[in-house]
Design a protein around this ligand. Sequence first.
Ligand code: ATP
Ligand code: LTN
Length: 341
Amino acid sequence: MSETAGKPERRPRVFSGIQPSGTMHLGNYLGAIRNWVAMQETHDCVYCAVDLHAITVRQKRAELRRGTIDLVNLMLASGVDPDRSIVIVQSHVPQHSELAWILNTITYMGELRRMTQFKDKTAGAEGESIGVGLFDYPVLMAADILLYRADAVPVGEDQKQHVELTRDLAERFNNAFGKTFVVPEPIIRGKGARVMSLDDPTKKMSKSGGSEAGYIAIMDTPDVIRRKVKRAVTDSGTEVRPGPDKPALSNLLDIYSSLSGDTVDHLVERYSGKGYAQFKADLGEVIVAALEPIQERIRELEADKDATLKVLARGAEMATSVAERTMTRVRERVGLVPRPE
Ligand code: ATP
Ligand code: LTN
């Protein structure tokens, strides 16, 4: 920790989460986890598998359990370092749910009704059968962030509205009850922020929508990866270049550039006159090479289940101590009688 005039400088805090609700893919890695790893250099970070968010959509018990551990293993294998960052499962720290309840009391129905994710997820469904958890999802997310007094929240574009609601709730609480929460900023990264589907470059690469051909799963074998890239849709013409008339190539070039570190301009030059086939063959190898060490590390973690559980036990302990400090203050501000010792 750096020191200024003898006083330890507080590094800005980060909180982010991913739902353990399906197969993790290259979009999750490039759009989220890789940035999480980088942010450890400059921030104190809390990274969370948000299982309570995942159950706003019905999950199968065994799959949720497995998916939660898989997600934590992916974080660790990608370089999230539990000696520097706090790694937790959301349900292990019950203060998340407690704060969500209190924030519910200052949240307006109208605000939640306006959330585009809620509108998207319930499009076409009858109001009678829409789960309250889905409606309340953003309030739990606000609780996640505010509990740790996070300054910054790295998220994809789709989550910006939820971080804005979090800011509004923090300010509303502070105004009503006295300064308690830090008002957090969203961090939306440009490159890799939106990896598009391989079979439809107008849609984001996604585990829930679309077919398996559209995404590269983190654990896809080299052969599957090569095949998916080879079959990825391309645009008309033969030139390897980005552009509004080339959504598929723009996406493939972005993926290549994000993983290899080459600039897109440099790649365009390298593949000038070479055609799509050569470019795709090379891109397949770039993805295989990038995922290989992560897959290897995941296999090691899977072989030593206790190691992951130890990380989570330590994470929950550290997180609880920060979260409980915030909650003590919140309960006091609201006027809840402290539990007698
Ligand atoms: P789904 O596929 O069901 O829509 P998801 O893959 O978006 O879900 P989330 O848990 O909602 O999964 O997102 C986890 C993180 O990964 C978020 O920060 C999100 O912005 C990021 N992310 C997901 N898909 C992509 C993508 N295609 N490109 C870039 N980032 C993505
Ligand atoms: N809603 C987010 C996941 C999430 C999150 C958070 C992200 C839950 N709590 C707190 C950042 C901070 C998503 O769907 N990607």
